[in-house]
Ligand binder design. Structure first.
Ligand SMILES: Cc1ncc(C[n+]2csc(CCOP(=O)(O)OP(=O)(O)O)c2C)c(N)n1
Length: 669
């Protein structure tokens, strides 16, 4: 072997041995994957990827996603070796309390991790969003002589990724959109937890991806560094189709008794086996966490080269700023998460004299009113743009030919849509939204949950929010979805009561940068509430507010959300006819309300007024916190029915009469 080849081999083996030591010390983790995939990781990080360990957020860095997140030591070792803010001690603290090196790579916990991975298939699909974002940024900002955004999205994925359904959705979408900036390496080791993948998976993955319009290559020997290098080089020259490089590897390569076996999954190799691995690679079996100066210097030099490439890019940006000051300013503003001045003045105000309007329809008007002032706002639907009213009429569609478009046709691929939104949201300057019916949020829970974990801001737009959608029946009528979304930490659910609350819901959603927002809209028309008569809709930002108070001290509080707010207003009037004084609280968002101070909370819900009735056409679960043990809930305890909405509202008790009766029953207790 030539000197350089020897050094490279030592570098690859260092990743393997460090991974084995870290898993052994933690007494938990997956050693097999990094041992098999180390050559791929090495070639990518040493010969292709552009990154700056000193500036992990450099806008034109190549994105790296370890979709097989259980093999996270591969990434942690590369971060340490190339000079990110990760130390050998961090590797020694793998999977321990408060360490950066969590059990799966976590965004924002450790520098250099672009996205949290672990649930198989997600990273694969997030990559599509990153790739969309790169194409969009390039379309918007690149100018002759200024190739500002030309980064690639590199992904290492596994058999598990290939088996997951979301991968198929995402790959199909990527092939359709001709995202040639995606280069995916498939760690084809034929092993998953239960053993050989043959027991559950034997399709021809290469043919499948060719059918998706991907450029597919095969590397027969995953230890052949130059074959991997050649394949990645080829993939880079293919600029139209996304690339899949199927690399045949051996899980736990170098472990005499565990290579090629599922037993290298999910637990340490064992002290004796670790020694054998070290012997196999020519390391001292008695030493732990060995890194020679030669290997460390080699990787650190690569990291420093990246720092220089970033500095050159900065110089180019300075020139760009001189020639295109407006574009440069727009980019800098977006990159620092600032919103353009005055955008909120464009939020429409709706008059009570307007005819009934579904909140989905109001949302469409709001979106179209603010989109011209918010260049980063873009999104689409899973084939339901007309029903969810999410099309930006003044803008074109994002297609393989037009990367400046801001309307996305995700196809009937809710799961991939959600996952792609994450990749888009993780790219500065983009405020992505995705829409479908509330019931189909069920097809999107993994990305919603990951967005919540990462505290990033896609906006999920869900319409047809209750039995109020009517004739489509049980399969389409959400019942348990509101509470199930509210139960996810960091998710902000907003269900506005009318067009003006809808306008403010969008305001809050656009301003919220620390987690996903779920906007929930009706299919059916609702009156526009009179803001002269009732409290202003801007109070929506407090989560709950006194919409209409009683003249005298309230005997009870009626709480409504969304379409049920108007119903409780009518009940309030009826009760007054019988001399009963009720306060009406509009409660569009539990999460926003919980952020308020105790004084405000007590003002809306005085502790001594415990007779409270909540009305929401969803599950009653969770409402008792607000109605207290002296209160009651008018809600859905079964699935709905197929019938016109008005009939359903009667059958399930969402009528003035029933609310009045329930209120009186409370007072009589
Ligand atoms: C959605 C999802 N389901 C299940 C798991 C649990 N899990 C972690 S690793 C793994 C097997 C992975 O096998 P493979 O993808 O082939 O990885 P490799 O064997 O190469 O390490 C499973 C099922 C997961 N992380 N995500």
């Amino acid at each position: 072997m030539e000197k350089n080849e020897e050094l490279e081999q030592a570098a690859v083996n260092t990743i393997r041995v460090l991974s084995v030591d870290a898993v052994q010390k933690a007494n938990s983790g997956h050693p097999g994957m990094p041992m098999g995939a180390a050559p791929m990781g090495h070639v990518l990080w040493s010969k292709f990827m552009r990154y700056n360990p000193k500036n992990p957020h450099w806008a034109n860095r190549d994105r790296f996603i370890l979709s097989a997140g259980h093999g996270c030591l591969l990434q942690y070792c590369l971060l340490y070796l190339t000079g990110y803010d990760v130390t050998l001690d961090d590797l020694k603290n793998f999977r321990q309390l408060n360490s950066k090196t969590a059990g799966h790579p976590e965004y924002d916990l450790i520098d250099g991790v672009d996205v949290t991975t672990g649930p198989l298939g997600q990273g694969f699909a997030n990559g599509v969003g990153f790739a969309i974002a790169q194409k969009h940024l390039a379309g918007k900002y690149n100018k002759p002589g200024f190739d500002l955004f030309n980064y690639h999205v590199y992904v290492i994925c596994s058999d598990g990724d290939m088996m997951e359904g979301v991968t198929s959705e995402a790959a199909s979408l990527a092939g359709h959109l001709e995202l040639g900036n995606m280069i995916y390496l498939y760690d084809d080791n034929h092993i998953s937890i239960e053993g050989d993948t043959d027991i559950a998976f034997n399709e021809d993955v290469a043919k499948r991806f060719e059918a998706y319009n991907w450029h597919v290559q095969v590397v027969e020997d995953g230890n052949d560094l130059s074959a991997i290098e050649i394949a990645i080089r080829n993939a880079k020259t293919e600029t139209q189709r996304p690339s899949l490089i199927k690399v045949r590897t051996q899980i736990a390569y170098g472990s005499p008794n565990k290579a090629n076996k599922a037993s290298s999954h999910g637990s340490p190799l064992g002290e004796d086996e670790v020694k054998l691995v070290k012997q196999f690679f020519g390391f001292d079996p008695e030493q732990y966490f060995q890194v020679t100066d030669e290997v460390l210097n080699y990787y650190r030099a690569i990291g420093e080269k990246g720092t220089q490439v970033n500095a050159d890019w900065d110089k180019m940006f300075d020139e760009y700023r001189k020639e295109y000051p407006e574009l440069a300013g727009g980019f800098e503003q977006a990159f620092s998460d600032q919103l353009p001045d005055g955008w909120a003045n464009k939020l429409p105000l709706f008059d009570a004299s307007e005819p009934k309007m579904a909140t989905r329809q109001a949302s469409g008007k709001v979106l179209n009113a603010i989109a011209p002032s918010l260049p980063g706002l873009m999104g689409g639907a899973a084939d339901l743009a007309p029903s969810t009213d999410t099309n930006l009429k003044a803008f074109e569609s994002f297609t393989s030919e037009n990367r400046n478009g801001r309307n996305f046709h995700f196809g009937i691929r809710e799961h991939a849509m959600g996952s792609a939104l994450l990749g888009m949201a993780l790219t500065k300057g983009i405020i992505p939204y995705g829409a479908t019916f509330l019931i189909f949020s069920e097809y999107m829970r993994p990305p919603i949950r990951l967005a919540a974990i990462m505290k990033i801001r896609p906006i999920f737009v869900y319409t047809h929010d209750s039995i109020g959608l009517g004739e489509d029946g049980t399969t389409h009528q959400p019942v348990e979805q509101l509470i199930s979304l509210r139960s996810i930490p960091n998710v902000m659910v907003i269900r506005p009561a009318d067009a003006n609350e809808t306008s403010h819901a969008w305001r809050v959603a656009i301003q919220h940068t620390t987690g996903p927002v779920v906007l929930v809209f009706t299919r059916q028309g609702l009156p526009v509430l009179d803001q002269q008569k009732y409290a202003k809709a801007g109070n929506l930002e407090k989560g709950a507010y006194i919409l209409s108070d009683s003249k005298e001290r309230p005997q009870l509080i009626l709480i409504g959300t969304g379409s049920e707010v108007n119903l409780v207003l009518q009940a309030q009037a009826k009760l007054l006819e019988d001399g009963i004084h009720a306060r009406v609280v509009s409660m569009p968002s539990w999460e926003l309300f919980e952020k308020q101070g105790e004084d405000y909370k007590a003002e809306v819900f005085p502790p001594e007024i415990r007779k409270r009735l909540a009305v929401e056409a969803g599950s009653p679960l969770g409402w008792h916190k607000y109605v207290t043990d002296e209160g009651d809930v008018v809600a859905m305890t079964t699935f709905g029915e197929s019938a016109p909405a008005e009939d359903l509202y009667k059958v399930f008790g969402f009528t003035t009469e029933n609310v009045v009766q329930k209120a009186k029953a409370l007072l009589a207790r």
